[in-house]
Design a protein around this ligand. Sequence first.
Ligand code: ZN
Ligand code: ZN
Ligand code: FE
Length: 764
Amino acid sequence: MMERRLIAVEGVVQGVGFRPYVHRLAAANDLRGSVRNDASGVVIDVEGERGGVVAFCASLTLAPPPLAAITRIDVVTASPRSYEAFSIAASGADAREYGPTLIPADVATCRQCLAELFDPGDRRFRHPFITCTDCGPRFTIVRDTPYDRERTTMSGFPLCADCEREYNNPADRRFHAEAIACCSCGPTLRVMASAAGMESHGGADALESAVSALRDGRIVALKALGGYHLACDATNAAVVGRLRARKGREAKPLAVMVRHAAEAARLCVVAPAERTLLESRMCPIVLLPRRDDAGIADSVAPGQRLLGVMLPSTPLHHLLLAGVDRPLVMTSGNRSDEPVAIDDDVALATLASVADLFLVHDRPIAARSDDSVVRVVAGDTRLVRRSRGYAPQAIRLARPAGPPVLAVGGHLKNTVCLATESHAILSAHIGDLETIEARRAMQDAVGGMLRAARVTPWAIAHDLHPDYASTHVADALVRQLGVERLVAVQHHHAHVAACVVEHGVVGPVIGVVFDGAGLGTDGAIWGGEFLLVDGAAFERCGHLAYTPLPGGDACARRPWRSAAAHLAACGVDGRRPDGVDALEWSLVQQLLSRSSQQPRTSSVGRLFDAVASILGLRQVSRFEGEAAMAVEVAADPCVAGSYDAPIEGDATWTVDTGAIIRGVVDDQARGRSVAEIAGRFHVALRDLIVAGCMRMRAATGVEKVALTGGVFMNALLLTGASEALSALGFRVLVPRQAPCNDGGLSLGQAYVAARALDEEGPCA
Ligand code: ZN
Ligand code: ZN
Ligand code: FE
């Protein structure tokens, strides 16, 4: 009996070899009909013997291509049409009103393409844009959905006859691979000197020029996948110093790119899980313990125990590394904290004063995507920065979102997030919203996201802080898009929600949020919080005792200010640390004498700053969290002893951090080592987390604990607290799919707002 079925597949099914997969499956079951992309995913129209159709439907989800992720399948039967063959049809443009198509993330060059890249007999030998159905650019070249070549930045490169043959051959591994190209039809490289009147030349010579410039100790700006990179020889201290000076990046660690995992293992200690990550299709920067004899210039990651290492993710990077044959510093092509440059004109203008040479090409970049940064802590992958390779992979929601909600994130490490139906799409890392460029990049990301999803949000969620640039953007978007609702979400509530949502937890959770700064509902700056969170609601059960924040935001860059505040708060006379300006010191003392007029904070980040300053580790943080990181690096992980931090009060209790500070000062006076004191400080924080959670469990019966907030980037504290809590029968939840720092805020905001609307009942 003949049967015909129409099958709609949603999820990540475009740009991942799904249609060729369907084509093969149809052939195997002797079916005729067609498959095509549409705005909501893939639509399949098959007919044949009933048995074949049933077998086809049954096996459709069994072994989809590795990059595909199916979220939904709808099947209806229809009357047979007597099709003659099975074909891959042109994309339907008729379905624009359908739900969102999930755009796949970019994928690092696969082994097969890599083998061809270095095979002199292959027709794509040394072609810098080699790709196939299993690898290559996706998110960063997509201009619009459905995902077809004509709607990507490859549209300006018509396929040559050879490529066309591969594209149309079901047996070829480039069958319907939208981004393919070769030496005769693909984009081409060009090199430009940034001084000397921008003379340029192209072709294979361009690559050679860049290689020799790098070997000669020069800085090369390189047009990469989701933005420009700045590259230089990582073993050459002089050029690394020059890069730092020109880029305006004083001390923040730089990442290094090496040819392969064996080379990474020469520089750093690489555990199996870390090697898997290095070689994964996401190809992130992995933070690894560096070896003393690594031969990398000290200025690459000054004062750090970890080094960020990544492998080449694109054919262009593979060719460069093979040519230079030494580790390269590979960092975002921007000046200080601006977003990474993607536009050629902007890049040439802003990077002209940084780079000696530009290696560019003629394929535009459609979407910005920095390198992702990950770290393995106690066997688990933790995201530090979620971007290339990860974004815009969807995150499943614990509960369906109802009407679409857009969340605009925080002020630092900004990301934006769109929650629709069963999943949330978290943008690539955008950065700190300190500059007009960053705010523009954020608006680009919002625009791209809404365009791909084809939705107008019903509500926009933002941080409670009225002065965050993201809050201003939310205000503007509400008017621009005619959005119904604006939902303010408290910073630390959002942190906990982001953790809860990815673990699929519904119901109350204890949230321990150790963070830098976020505005609280009482007007104070929170950051050491014990919250009871249940969806759209939360209760603040306890927090670190407030201390003054003399001069407000200035404290984050001047750890000694927090030291002065904490010492004054517990009645210890602080002495001016070496290197602190006498005038500034007396000004802060004056501010503290009128402490009732200063903002107050419960921030653990500032407590770390205070300890860093008292121990003489850092008086200035040249990048966010530098002082706190120094305390972690200094700590002896196996010390005995702790500092007691009594809990006071009943309804909303507070933790007396003065006891910790006094303990640190006493130990210092007794001559205990910095390593020992820093170690004991970590134990003290672990103990107070446990004490707070015990108290909350006794009061509420809740056993699930989310540990989140930027401070939990600290591996020593995170492992200590997780182990201690697990041993006491708590179920510990830690963010994995999104960073625990402010990069995950938008995910939590979207979820809280969605739940709030949900609880209000059906929208009118
Ligand atoms: Zn490939
Ligand atoms: Zn070609
Ligand atoms: Fe935060």
